[in-house]
Structures are given as C-alpha cells and as structure tokens.
Write a protein that binds this ligand. Sequence first.
Ligand SMILES: Nc1ncnc2c1ncn2[C@@H]1O[C@H](COP(=O)(O)OP(=O)(O)O)[C@@H](O)[C@H]1O
Ligand code: SF4
Ligand SMILES: [Mg+2]
Length: 373
Amino acid sequence: MSQAQTSTAADQAEGVNGAGEMLRVEGLLKYFPIKSGVFRRTVGNVRAVDGVDLFVLQGETLGVVGESGCGKTTLGRTIIKLVEPTAGTIVIDGTDITSFKRREMRQVRRDVQIVFQDPYASLNPRMTVREIVAEPLRIHGLYRRGEGQRRVEELLRTVGLSPEHANRFPHEFSGGQRQRIGVARALALNPRMLVLDEPVSALDVSIQAQVVNLLVQLQKDLGLTYLFISHDLSIVRHISDRVAVMYLGKIVEVGTRKELYQQPMHPYTQALLSAAPIESPELRGKRERIVLQGDVPSPANPPSGCRFRTRCWKAQEICAEEEPELVPRAGGAHPVACHFAEVMSPLDLAGQARVQQAAHQAAQRAAAQSAAE
Ligand SMILES: Nc1ncnc2c1ncn2[C@@H]1O[C@H](COP(=O)(O)OP(=O)(O)O)[C@@H](O)[C@H]1O
Ligand code: SF4
Ligand SMILES: [Mg+2]
C-alpha cells in the first residue's frame, strides 16, 4: 500500500472515532540470510516479510491472517524488534523506533508486549506463576516487596485466575490457564498494545472462545490496542475491527471486517473464506470449498509477479510479469493486490471459482495442445 493510501484510510478512520495511530509500519522487510559452504557465505535470503505497510489505531484490533509460513510471526516479532528489521520504518505512538537500541527499547517494551502462541513453551517451567508474572516488573526495576505481590495477585484476578495459583508451577495448569498466565505477564507493565501471536491456536477448541472472550473484555476494560495474528479466519472475524490477509511475506488484501468477510476480492482471501465455517445454521452446507492446490511456495524463491499465481485459478500472463499493487480496485473501496480482483459473495465463492477454475484448466490444455502441434 502506498503511503498516501494508508494515510487516507487512517485519516478517515480518525475522523470516525477520533483515535490516533498506535502503530504504523512502512516498507517493512525481514530477510533471513541462507548461509552455505565452509565460509558460511550468504547464498540467498528467506524473505519472510517482504514489503509490509500497515497501521493500527489506538484501541482497535487489526487481525493478520494467512496460512502457516506466510510470515505472520516474523511480522509480529519484527514490529517489536525481537528480531531486527532488514529495512522499513516502525512508528509506535508517533515515535520512530526503527533504529532504537536495546536501552531505548526498554520504554517501548513497557508499552507494547507480546503474547506467544505456545503457552507450554513460553513459560519457564522452573519458575512459579508469581515469579513469571513478576519478572517484567523486576526487569524494569518496578518490583517492590508487598506492593509487587499485590500487583501479581491483582493481575491473576484480572485474567480470571486466583491469587492462590501464584505459588504453583506452569505444569500444574491446563493450556487455557497457562495462556491466562502468559496474558497476566504481558499486562504486568500496563502496556497499551499487545501483539498476540496465535494466542489460542495451541488450545482445545472449547477453551479458545474463553480466552478470546477474556481478550475482548481486557481490551474494553484497559483500552488496549491489539495486533491479533492467526491462521484461523473465524477467530480473526470474532475479534478484529479490520483484517489484513498475508501471503508469502506480503499483505494481499486489507479492509474492515465487513469488507473482508462480505466482499472478499482477492482470490486468496476468497479461498481462505470458502474453507472457514459458516456461523449461520440455515446457510451451512450451501457453500463448497475452494481447495487451494499445493503449498505456500518457498519465501527464499517467491514466484515472479504476483506471488499467488502458482495457486491461483484466475492467473493470466500479466500475473507472472507484473506485481499487482495493493490499491482499491473497481467494485470495492478497500485495497487489494490483484490484477483481476472482483467482489464475490461468500456463498457464491465456490460456484464461481469452479467455473473459473474449469475455464483456466481448459485454456491451459488448449495452450499445451497448440504448443505440441
Ligand atoms: N529465524 C529464522 N531463520 C530463518 N528462517 C526463518 C526464521 N524464522 C522464520 N523463518 C522463515 O520465514 C518464513 C515465515 O515464517 P513465520 O514468520 O514463522 O510464518 P507464520 O507465522 O506465518 O507461520 C518461513 O519460511 C520460516 O521458515
Ligand atoms: S494477480 Fe493474477 S495470480 Fe495474482 S491473485 Fe490476481 S488473478 Fe491471481
Ligand atoms: Mg506463526
């Protein structure tokens, strides 16, 4: 998305609810070098995040959705500089933190905290819950005896646990409870924003809703801003104000929840949506799935032009030659990176896609035949 477009969208949103920007990211790249040989020379790059622009307003939730390997975790971690960006700009609450060093990041870390996907791996098994929740306070020199204990107990209550849990160890808790401990820890420093990286993906489906509801309640009570990362469109729909769809290091479509779910325009979004469960019982079973062929290509060697073209049933010659820009397209107001974007109703998705897929296959067969002749 060009700067002008993000600004316009941000200005419009600001006009509506008066909230300023909590986060703005421009041209963000994160490449991991691939080393080889005795001299460990760099022979290529894994382009995990490859040119991302986005903004999140104060108090809103931006959902980031996409298949595994699309770069969502790297995006979340780069934004808070747990990994250093290769290029681009990161602005948090009006301050450009891109070149901040460790010491300057301390204040930023108070404002922006991360909750990790796996509550089993992210909590130190040798520490008690009290030690885990108090650790950020200690690191920042804010832990005082008595007062610190009361703060830990208050945090446990805030996330729906009991102060009696404070002296136990992580292995004594269920997955949902452990994630609550992770959230309590993230809240210890009174942050303004949370980066939530698949916070419920490792939990049983029955527990997921409870933790999501807790996050919704906390956002309301504490006025938090969320960047909510997930591969699960239904969960993202439940919690997000706006949604960004990510594919192979790039955002391919971004819009309000309504725009994304009622007027998906990018073939990738349409395919993801066709696989998501339908909430309304009377509409269930009336839609078939668009099955995405193959896996996400390697981010070390992404396809030329549009990165989705190797799996797209609408791909044409231009798709291999020209990378589609993330801009509003005819028929919709929100930005979409596709040369042939068009609105589709979620219920029509599979029907139309099948017709197009058949036409695409017929064209390929005809091309192969004429090449053979
Ligand atoms: N530290 C790393 N070193 C090298 N490659 C990495 C590293 N972290 C992630 N990647 C690669 O970057 C790509 C995106 O990964 P990730 O951000 O974890 O995606 P997602 O969270 O969407 O599943 C993957 O191909 C992954 O293998
Ligand atoms: S630009 Fe072409 S290949 Fe990419 S999503 Fe659109 S139609 Fe498919
Ligand atoms: Mg991930």
